[in-house]
Design a protein around this ligand. Structure first.
Ligand SMILES: Cc1cc2nc3c(=O)[nH]c(=O)nc-3n(C[C@H](O)[C@H](O)[C@H](O)COP(=O)(O)OP(=O)(O)OC[C@H]3O[C@@H](n4cnc5c(N)ncnc54)[C@H](O)[C@@H]3O)c2cc1C
Length: 476
C-alpha cells in the first residue's frame, strides 16, 4: 500500500468503523488498522464458557444502537444486522416479586411505578414522545456549532437533564420509580449527584419508548461485522492484528482518525501532556454465565425482560456507584444484567441460556466480585447458583487486556464525571480535533460518549471531510 490514502482509522470499534464508513461512502479512500485479530472493540461475541454458548464480553443491549441517527442512514440489515426485541426492554425487580418496568409503552411503565408516581412519569417524558429522531440527532451532535433541528425540544431536554439525576428523582415519591431511574444513570457509571446525570436517565427511558432496548441476532458482534461488510463494499479496507504504536507505523494519508483513548493518541502521535487533564473512572466486574435454564427471577416481569437491573433502591444504587467511584468495591453491588437468549435461540444450545452481568468496581481494582454478585442475584432469583454450568469473569486488569481503550478497566474510556460527561476530552467546541491538523479523535472519549451508537465516529468523520474538502480533496 504505497499510494496516499485520504483517511486512515486506528481501531475497529463501533466508532472507528462508523467513521470509516462515513468517509468511504463520500468517496474518500479509507483503511482501518485494528490491534486485535477481530473487529468490534467493545461490541463482540465469543464462546467464553462452553461450546455453543455465545457470550458478549462487552456490550449486549443496544437502545443507543437501534436509535442511532447514523446507523439509521446505513443499510446494515443487508449486512446481517437484525434487532431482536424482548417482550419488555427492562425490568427492575424487588425481593417481594414485584417490579418496576421500562416498557415500550409509557402507560405500562408509569403504571408499574404505582399511582403516586404514574402522573409524574407521564409529565416527565411527554414533551419528548414522538421526537426521538430529531432529539437524538441534536444532542448526539453536540457541541458542534450546527443549528439544532428542534431547538425547543433540545432546550426542554437540557432543562430536565442538565441538573443531577438526584434532582430528577425528587419528582417521584415512591421507591419503584426512584430505583429504576437511579439504575438507568448507573449505565453510564455516573454518580447520581453529578452534572447532567439526569440526561443519562432520561435518554435511556426515552429510547425504550421510541426504539426499544434490542439485542442483535447472533450477538453484539453482528454490529461491527455489518459495518465492516458495508465498508468493504464501499471500497474501504480493514487490517486486523496491527497494533499502532507510532504514526510512522501507518501508511501515508491525508487524515488520521483514532478510535483510541486520548492517552494512547498522545503517546502515538507525540502530543506530550495535551490530554494529561483527562480522567479515567471506575471499572466494571463482568460475568458471563452459561446456564442450565433461564434465571429463576421471583418477579414475573424480570423473566420477560431483555435487561434486568438489580438494585433495588435508589439509595443502594447510589451507594454502590459512589463506593466504586471513590475506590471501594461495594459489598452489595448494583448489577446490570441481560438475558439475550430469551429472544435469540442462536446464543445457546436448546433449553440453555447465556446470562450477562456486571457490577461496578474501582479503577484498576484487582479483587474478585463473583461472590458478592451471586449473593445479590440470589436475593432476586433464589436458586440462580444451581443453574450455573460455567462462568467467565473479567475484572479491571482483564478488561484492560481485552481492549487498550479500557484504561484501568474503565469501560467508558473516561470518567462520566463533572463536565467530562458532556465535554470530552477537552473543553472545546471541536473535540474531535487534536494539536495536529490532520489527526482526529473519534472514540467514545469524544461526545456523545460511551455506547455502541457510532455517533462519535460520525461527528469526527464530519470534521475530517470538512478538513479534506477545505484542502481541496473532494471525495465524490
Ligand atoms: C462490559 C461492558 C459492557 C458494555 N455494555 C454496553 C451495552 O450494553 N450497550 C452499549 O451500547 N454499550 C456498552 N458498552 C460500551 C461500549 O462497548 C463502548 O462504549 C463502545 O464499544 C465504544 O466504541 P469505540 O469505537 O469508541 O471504542 P472500542 O469499542 O473500545 O474500540 C476501540 C478499538 O480500537 C482498538 N485499538 C485501541 N488502540 C489501538 C492501537 N494502538 N492500534 C490499533 N487498534 C487499537 C481496540 O482494540 C478496539 O478494537 C459496554 C462496554 C463494556 C466493556
Amino acid at each position: 500500500m504505497t499510494s496516499l490514502l485520504d483517511a486512515v482509522v486506528v481501531g475497529a470499534g463501533p466508532n472507528g468503523l462508523t467513521a470509516a464508513v462515513e468517509l468511504a461512502r463520500r468517496g474518500f479512500s479509507t483503511a482501518v488498522f485494528e490491534a486485535k485479530e477481530t473487529v468490534g472493540g467493545g461490541a463482540r461475541t465469543e464462546e467464553l464458557t462452553l461450546p455453543g454458548f455465545r457470550h458478549d464480553p462487552c456490550s449486549a443491549v443496544h437502545p443507543l444502537g437501534a436509535g442511532s441517527p447514523v446507523f439509521r442512514t446505513m443499510p446494515l440489515d443487508r449486512y446481517g444486522l437484525e434487532w431482536l426485541h424482548p417482550e419488555l426492554p427492562m425490568a427492575h425487580p424487588w425481593e417481594d416479586g414485584t417490579a418496576a418496568v421500562l416498557s415500550r409503552s409509557v402507560g405500562e411503565t408509569a403504571a408499574s411505578f404505582g399511582p403516586r408516581d404514574a402522573g409524574a412519569y407521564r409529565r416527565l417524558v411527554a414533551p419528548f414522545l414522538g421526537r426521538w429522531d430529531t432529539l437524538a440527532a441534536d444532542f448526539m451532535s453536540l457541541p458542534l456549532t450546527a443549528l439544532p433541528r428542534d431547538p425547543v425540544t433540545l432546550a426542554r431536554f437540557g432543562l430536565a437533564g442538565l441538573p443531577p439525576a438526584s434532582w430528577l428523582l425528587r419528582r417521584f415519591r415512591d421507591e419503584k420509580a426512584r430505583g429504576l431511574l437511579a439504575g438507568l444513570v448507573g449505565h453510564a457509571i455516573a454518580p447520581l449527584d453529578g452534572f447532567a446525570t439526569g440526561a443519562v436517565g432520561l435518554v435511556f427511558a426515552l429510547a425504550a419508548h421510541a426504539v426499544g432496548w434490542p439485542v442483535p441476532r447472533g450477538g453484539s458482534q453482528a454490529i461491527p461485522d455489518a459495518l465492516t461488510g458495508y465498508l468493504t463494499d464501499l471500497g474501504g479496507t480493514v487490517h486486523t492484528g496491527f497494533e499502532v504504536k507510532r504514526l510512522d507505523d501507518l501508511p501515508p494519508a491525508r487524515a488520521y482518525l483514532f478510535d483510541t483513548s486520548p492517552t494512547a493518541l498522545a503517546r502515538i502521535a507525540g502530543f506530550g501532556d495535551h490530554y494529561a487533564h483527562y480522567r479515567y473512572g471506575a471499572s466494571a466486574f463482568k460475568l458471563d454465565y452459561a446456564l442450565d435454564g433461564p434465571v429463576p427471577w421471583t418477579a414475573e416481569a424480570a423473566r420477560r425482560a431483555g435487561t434486568v437491573q438489580v438494585g433495588p433502591t435508589a439509595r443502594e444504587i447510589g451507594t454502590a456507584l459512589r463506593l466504586a467511584s471513590s475506590g471501594t468495591a461495594p459489598d452489595t453491588p448494583f448489577l446490570i444484567t441481560a438475558q439475550p437468549s430469551l429472544v435469540d435461540p442462536t446464543r445457546a444450545p436448546d433449553g440453555k441460556h447465556v446470562f450477562w452481568a456486571y457490577g461496578h468496581v474501582p479503577h484498576g481494582w484487582r479483587g474478585d466480585l463473583t461472590d458478592a454478585v451471586e449473593r445479590q442475584l440470589e436475593r432476586f432469583a433464589p436458586g440462580f447458583r444451581d443453574r450455573i454450568l460455567a462462568r467467565a469473569t473479567a475484572g479491571p486488569p482483564e478488561l484492560a487486556a481485552r481492549n487498550a481503550n479500557y484504561i484501568g478497566g474503565d469501560i467508558a474510556c473516561g470518567a462520566a464525571r463533572g463536565l467530562q460527561l458532556v465535554l470530552r476530552p477537552t473543553l472545546s467546541p471541536r473535540p474531535y480535533r487534536t494539536p495536529h491538523p490532520a489527526v482526529f479523535l473519534c472514540s467514545s472519549a469524544t461526545p456523545p460518549g460511551p455506547g455502541v451508537h457510532g455517533m462519535s465516529g460520525h461527528n469526527a468523520a464530519k470534521a475530517v471531510w470538512r478538513h479534506l474538502r477545505g484542502a481541496g480533496h473532494g471525495g465524490t
